[in-house]
Design a protein around this ligand. Structure first.
Ligand SMILES: Cc1cc2nc3c(=O)[nH]c(=O)nc-3n(C[C@H](O)[C@H](O)[C@H](O)COP(=O)(O)O)c2cc1C
Length: 313
């Protein structure tokens, strides 16, 4: 998620769950290939398994960006066919590509050739504007899976490309979970994950019980990370949870924060992702306040984590 799931966020989320797959912010292929902004590919080894999400619509450029991602050690390369923002539309990528499934097929075929053993996946919406999602989505899955893509994440609402802001496009077009469930029933051999409006592990379990292969959680994982991630490994994957409670996670972040500060980074660049750690728990407001009021101070360092935890007591 742009501006949210940077490397610090992913390191923080990975502390709470070893089994979930984490995605980068979208990085555009032109920025990597033409702009040479390769620091956008930086990640911490602790983040594995981690997927790079690319934006773009030029097969050769996407192939080159995919090669760069594979060289860096990403576990998956994902193509964004869901983003509705104007900036992205102007570059012909994101959700507008749902209008041109053959181009998506050419893009993903080129990415797959470049990716070697690394999997290329697609994140899409169910349609755009006045498209008939019931017709468009199956056709999209047909053509893009023919190009070799085996794994899709479907945000279960349309993108309305005119008149809605990106934020409104995440809330206003209605969710259609049954359509996505039907796609899974029709394509038993594809790995299909559902996304959009899922705010608890219980809801995630319901989608899995309905046959989905995976569930992607965006905003809730960011805003209430402990509720979603702390028990995801045991509840969803049958594995041991790495951390017991949010306090343990907060303390476990201190070495990462100290490394970041000693490399010249700012405390708030890490702690901004941690504001919701105690969401819904006693002291959550104090935690958020101490971090947000103090992390920007020039002398702020990792001791702020312990100070903020003292407020919880
Ligand atoms: C701040 C923000 C940035 C986002 N950036 C991206 C992005 O870069 N790529 C993408 O595929 N989706 C992006 N999304 C959409 C989410 O991945 C997700 O599809 C959407 O929020 C619906 O899922 P949710 O209800 O679980 O949040 C973003 C969402 C938010 C809130």
């Amino acid at each position: 998620m742009m501006d949210w799931t940077d490397s610090h966020c992913r390191v923080f989320h990975r502390m709470m769950s070893r089994e979930t797959l984490l995605y980068t912010e979208m990085v555009t292929a032109p920025a990597l290939v033409r702009g040479g902004v390769t620091h956008l590919l930086d990640f911490d080894p602790s983040e594995h398994p981690v997927a790079l999400q690319l934006g773009g619509s030029d097969p050769e450029e996407l192939a080159e960006a995919t090669r760069m991602a594979v060289d860096r050690g990403y576990d998956e390369v994902n193509l964004n066919v869901g983003c509705p923002s104007d900036r992205v539309q102007s570059g012909t990528f994101g959700a507008v590509l749902l209008k041109d499934p053959d181009l998506v097929a050419r893009c993903t075929a080129a990415m797959i050739r470049a990716a070697g053993p690394v999997e290329v996946t697609v994140k899409c919406r169910i349609g755009v504007d006045d498209q008939d999602a019931e017709a468009v989505l199956p056709d999209f899955l047909d053509r893009v899976s023919d190009a070799g893509v085996r794994r899709f994440t479907i945000h279960a609402r349309k993108a309305w490309l005119q008149g809605l802001s990106p934020k409104e496009n995440r809330d206003i077009p209605p969710l259609d979970y049954p359509l996505v469930h039907r796609m899974k029933a029709e394509w038993p051999d594809l790995h299909l994950s559902i996304n959009g409006g899922i705010t608890s592990l219980t809801q995630a379990e319901e989608h899995l019980a309905a046959g989905m292969d995976g569930v992607m959680i965006g905003r809730a994982a960011y805003q209430q990370p402990a509720d979603i991630l702390l028990t995801a490994d045991s509840r969803i994957f049958g594995a041991a949870d790495p951390m017991r409670d949010p306090g343990e996670v907060a303390l476990a972040m201190i070495p990462h924060i100290e490394r970041h500060l000693s490399n010249g980074g700012k405390l708030s660049q890490v702690t901004r992702h941690m504001l919701g750690l105690f969401a819904g728990r006693p002291g959550a407001r104090h935690w958020r306040r101490v971090l947000s009021e103090n992390a920007h101070r020039p002398d702020a360092d990792a001791r702020l984590i312990e100070d903020a935890m003292a407020e919880l007591a």
